[in-house]
Design a protein around this ligand. Sequence first.
Ligand code: NAP
Length: 265
Amino acid sequence: MTAETLLSEPDRLEQWTTAPLLAGRAAVVTGAARGIGLEIATVFARHGARVLIVDLSEDDAQSAANTITAAGGVANGVGADVANESDVSKVVQTCLDTFGALDVVVNNAGIIRDATMRKMTLDDFRAVLEVNLTGTWLMTKAAGAMMREQRSGAIVNMSSISGKVGLVGQTNYSAAKAGIVGLTKASAKELAPHQVRVNAIQPGLILTPMTENMREDIREAKLKEIPLGRIGRPSEVAAVALFLASPLSSYVTATVTEVTGGRHA
Ligand code: NAP
């Protein structure tokens, strides 16, 4: 190995830190009409990506896309249920038709149906598994098939710290989010020979519509568990998604990054 070879990769990294990190890339972000997904889509657009916003409501997806477009980005919105296989095919096709490419997928759509097992119904269990885990699998399968042919791509899956430690009242959600870790690592190994990377993020407590109506005593108890002493912001998750989607993480795959302020580390 020559000195030049040794220097070339850091030199390229230096370039990337001063240029838009996703220039020319086409990205799909699911569950992006609000919350963490909207923040990820906004940050990606700011870094030069053309973004397809996916959400259950086509109107909400389109209105989020309009906000990004009004701020100078390139975005479009599509209504789709990530747990529905034909909807997922439609998302991939829409991205290809609209932007002519699909380089990045963020599987962010998720729901909670919290209850202790004593009270949780089978419907609540299945619904959470369907959206969080089956939805992530369907999108990874569809996008992975396309990305492996083009021999490039980055997939980022939204797990949760609940999937690492298991939280009371979340047997459904903890199971789904732990399943996403297994899915991430297995699909990363299948797709690595085709130069497609798959990584996961485990956020802790982040201020979004999903968490803002939490009971005050529960919020206070959770805050005491966080070494950094505060709730996280969607932008702090989006920054990690940007890193994992961009060439800055070109040698990173099959990993899980915790964005928790140190909680449950
Ligand atoms: P959020 O505010 O509830 O936003 C989730 C979005 O996903 C909503 O717009 C929702 O649409 C959409 N969605 C739900 N089911 C869908 C489906 N089947 N197909 C397509 N879109 C669907 O959630 P968030 O707090 O931003 O969380 C985003 C992700 O981070 C989730 O995977 C969540 O589990 C994970 N996470 C969040 C936290 C946190 O503290 N907030 C912590 C750890 C992990 P509707 O509004 O129409 O339902």
